[in-house]
Design a binder for this molecule. Sequence first.
Ligand SMILES: Cc1cc2nc3c(=O)[nH]c(=O)nc-3n(C[C@H](O)[C@H](O)[C@H](O)COP(=O)(O)O)c2cc1C
Ligand code: SF4
Length: 567
Amino acid sequence: MNSQKRLELQKDIGGWIEQYGGGRSAILSVLEELIKKYKKIDGFALQDIAFKLDIHPSEVYGTSTFYSFLDGREERGKHTIRLCKTISCHMKEKERIAKQLENELGIKFGETTKDKNFTLEYCNCLGMCDQGPALLIDDVLIPKVKSHDIPELIDNCMRGELRELYRDTVVSTVAQEGPLLLENYQPGKIVEKALMMRPQDILEEIEEAGLRGRGGAGFPTGFKWRLAMEEKGDLKYVVCNADEGEPGTFKDRYLLHKHFSRVIEGMCVAAYVIGASKGYIYLRGEYSYLKEKLEKTISQWKEQGLLGEKILGKKDFNFDIEVRMGAGAYICGEETALIESMEGNRGEPRNKPPFPVDTGFLGDPTIVNNVETFLWASLICEKGVDFFQQYGTSKSKGTKFFSISGDCNREGIYELPFGITIDKIVELSEGIDTKAVQVGGAAGECIPKKDFHKTIAFEAVPTGGSIILFNKDRDLLDVAENFMEFFVEESCGQCTPCREGSVKILQGVKLLKKGRCSMSHLEKLLELTETIELASKCGLGQLSVKAFKSIVENFKEEVLGRLPEEG
Ligand SMILES: Cc1cc2nc3c(=O)[nH]c(=O)nc-3n(C[C@H](O)[C@H](O)[C@H](O)COP(=O)(O)O)c2cc1C
Ligand code: SF4
């Protein structure tokens, strides 16, 4: 690198660090800018960032290589084309699109064209399961790709017109509306109402309503907020988890696009209750097309005095919201990994305790809630406990947003009450010869037809919203393989059972598929699943084998029929 280029690089890095806040938290954004402009991250860049932030270059390298969108070890093409290979896209002719891309560009996946115009990669779930097969070209999401579209897409890319042409192509089908979506609502009114109440009274309503987090684990929202409220300290944070990486989930994409004001409202209510003055939306990198829109809405709220200093004239209530971007790492949906990521580190889950409610972002009390949880909190504040409690079961109150995809005629977003049976979901979505339903994404359970009478609820079959239908011709070992590949790639690598165990299970599933796994090997694999569940530090490892186990357990004939004959 000549000295002029070196100076330009140093100037760029200095400028970006300043633009993104000046501290270590800026790293992800700086790396993103670097890749955008320079197409790679070399030793000079690592040193320059490290020098400016007073950290070791290996830390910058560690962060960069952790995130699939920020890995700049190899020089990238001018454009990066990523094809989603996770289950719903995998079932929708992903292979044909892959072949067409390879033919058209004259390269294989993982390669860059000689003219350095294109890099071709696979990626994990883009959150477009209802609109697959899907591509992410640079930061533009392309839904429902057909193989004959590929030449034109490449041309548009070369002409620099892709973003403009595909500006509004991500559409969400709302197949079933429920009380939340049907409710008329005027932005700002909920904050206004909340500020006339005491924080303690709002908290009691949230607790009495029995709201449980919609991100998957169903943790009582009121209890989380109470713990944070009781913490001392001037600095507290409210974080909206918009990382939505679970295969088969795309409801937050829709909620952010169409009901973002309600999310802000819920975040403001939470901030008022716990005494926070700063909020963040951690938005997955795959949804960067939403960033501008979210920031615009936040600005409008600020202009109207609904965010910022002394909200609606209340002298001791200041609250501001900022959008922070993820960069292609599923594990960053785990709340402590998310916080690490926001701090500019590798997204590695922390040991718990301490929990984020006392030691969260930058060591201060932090609540992390799912997008949908904030929506519900706002509705409870607006309409009261009874309205919310009309729906659901005794332990899972309210309705839930489901993302339904796979072999059915009506893929889309459904707002349905907890307690609904899987049978009913198959009926509503017009499942086609459904033999199995995957509830809860790759980390969930594969339910056979005989159990379709089971209900969806935290106390029954839980889910953060992902429902994928499989028809009678689907090979469920193919499904298990797809999920295990996902976990092998997405494990953060901190603990051995998760990092190494998932590889062993994947190898076993491949053998099973080929009819080369003996009964004794299958038994060993099942033993290993127990170790992985017990000894993994976070939910990713603990749940990574659930789908495989449920497929072996619930579809014995299909699986055992593939074992070689003994003797
Ligand atoms: C591997 C992994 C990925 C996760 N991804 C998400 C996610 O994308 N969105 C989400 O809200 N919660 C996700 N969670 C759960 C979060 O850790 C956390 O429980 C949640 O954000 C809390 O919000 P809630 O109480 O409103 O559900 C994930 C957990 C794990 C273990
Ligand atoms: S279980 Fe897996 S993802 Fe979670 S901390 Fe351990 S290695 Fe990382």
